[in-house]
Design a binder for this molecule. Structure first.
Ligand code: FPP
Length: 247
């Protein structure tokens, strides 16, 4: 039986988040510049997007560029930014064909104007789609997002929109850029690294973590299915005992 056929259809995660890692090492192994790996990473992005849409996953969030990535060599940052522009343009049709709605989180104003423009165009063009929501985390870091939320909350408390005692989990979540999305049930990180790297720290509180050695440009549909299958075999307890969960 194929890996896909082994998946339990009514136990799919609603939201999968992925730290796409290993592009640089993939390129280096082939004697190429790091950007060669990023270019090939686009194939993996297309594969997981199409496979997720086909399975009926509701949300897929990809860590495409972190706040910390700005400190990479300028040539790599520039190449990544222009890759984003060309990929968003060339992949808009794939998104439309698969009923995918594009979304972005992160400090958008830090991105070059050309990226902001293409991003906005694609977000507008796909806004009527109601299948998978594909969120790109761009110039994103979780500590930045949490600090932004804290500042907005402080300002709303100061202007007496609500009382600080009313602040709870759900209200805090509504100040984050993932507002309205369920928390990811599954986080995947490729390339053998086992870290969260400042990604969705609040939202990943109860997520199942899946690490695999595959370098991102080699990640394919079957690898996504394998991660979901592994997730489906886990017992999610949310702090309760195993016996309580089985009841
Ligand atoms: C991490 O690998 C990858 C990135 C920082 C960039 C991810 C970008 C893409 C997959 C291409 C474009 C994406 C979209 C959504 C259009 P790394 O460079 O840290 O690899 P290394 O750990 O081997 O050095």
């Amino acid at each position: 039986m194929s890996v896909k056929d082994q998946l339990i259809k009514d136990k799919l995660p609603k939201h999968i988040a992925i730290i796409m890692d290993g592009n640089g090492r993939w390129a280096k192994k082939r004697g190429n510049a790091r950007v060669f790996g990023h270019k090939h990473g686009v194939t993996a992005v297309r594969e997981v997007t199409e496979a997720s849409a086909e399975l009926g996953i509701e949300y897929l969030t990809l860590y495409a560029f972190s706040t910390e990535n700005w400190s990479r060599p300028k040539t790599e940052v520039d190449a990544l930014m222009s890759l984003l522009v060309t990929t968003i343009s060339s992949e808009t049709k794939t998104l439309m064909d698969n009923n995918v709605r594009l979304n972005a989180i992160g400090c958008k104003s830090n991105l070059p104007g050309s990226v902001q423009k293409r991003l906005d165009e694609c977000i507008n063009q796909t806004s009527g789609n109601n299948g998978l929501t594909l969120t790109l985390a761009l110039s994103y870091s979780s500590r930045w997002e949490i600090l932004e939320a804290v500042k907005a909350i402080a300002s709303d408390v100061e202007s007496k929109k609500f009382n600080i005692e009313q602040l709870d989990d759900a209200m805090f979540g509504s100040y984050l850029s993932t507002q309205g999305m369920p928390d990811p049930e599954l986080l995947i990180r490729t390339s053998g690294e086992q870290r969260i790297s400042n990604f969705l720290l609040w939202q990943l509180a109860y997520s199942e973590l899946y690490f695999c050695d595959i370098l991102w440009p080699d990640f394919r549909r079957d690898d996504l299915y394998r991660a979901i299958l592994d997730y489906q075999g886990r017992e999610r307890r949310f702090g309760k005992t195993g016996d309580q969960i089985k009841k």
